[in-house]
Design a protein around this ligand. Structure first.
Ligand SMILES: Cc1cc2nc3c(=O)[nH]c(=O)nc-3n(C[C@H](O)[C@H](O)[C@H](O)COP(=O)(O)O)c2cc1C
Length: 115
């Protein structure tokens, strides 16, 4: 008996088809630099994609500049972040892996709110 018979079957999520059921949950790395995608982040996520993850959900990605959570978190609150994200997404797509940003606002657990 096969334990997870559908594990390597594609799954449809809305308009998107994910190649298998292996999803990576959000795991903070603190590898961003002032919110920007770094080469280390690209290497980290593209290695996961190379290892056959179907869908990567990124670590927290902050959506506005005032309240930050951890200093190495990624951000996506203005267009200056687009080139880094484009490199990251392209690197992951090489392996036919989908990537979903975990949009995040720390609110009361922000380091700034605690200061
Ligand atoms: C080092 C570390 C970083 C994490 N970063 C995030 C994160 O950025 N966003 C989030 O929603 N969860 C985060 N988590 C929670 C993981 O997604 C969660 O542990 C994982 O989904 C497994 O679920 P479980 O701990 O209930 O077994 C983190 C967990 C760890 C251990």
């Amino acid at each position: 008996m096969q334990l997870f018979p559908n594990l390597f079957s594609p799954i449809q999520i809305g308009k998107t088809t994910v190649k298998n059921r292996i999803f990576m949950p959000p795991l903070s790395t603190n590898l961003a630099e002032k919110g920007y995608v770094t080469d280390a982040l690209i290497e980290h996520y593209s290695n996961r994609a190379k290892g056959s993850v179907g869908l990567i959900i990124t670590e927290v990605t902050t959506v506005e500049p005032v309240y930050t959570y951890l200093p190495g978190d990624m951000s996506i609150y203005d267009d200056s972040y687009i080139p880094g994200w484009k490199k990251l997404v392209d690197a992951v797509h090489q392996y036919d892996t989908k990537i979903l940003s975990q949009l995040f606002h720390p609110a009361g657990i922000s380091m700034d709110a605690c200061a």
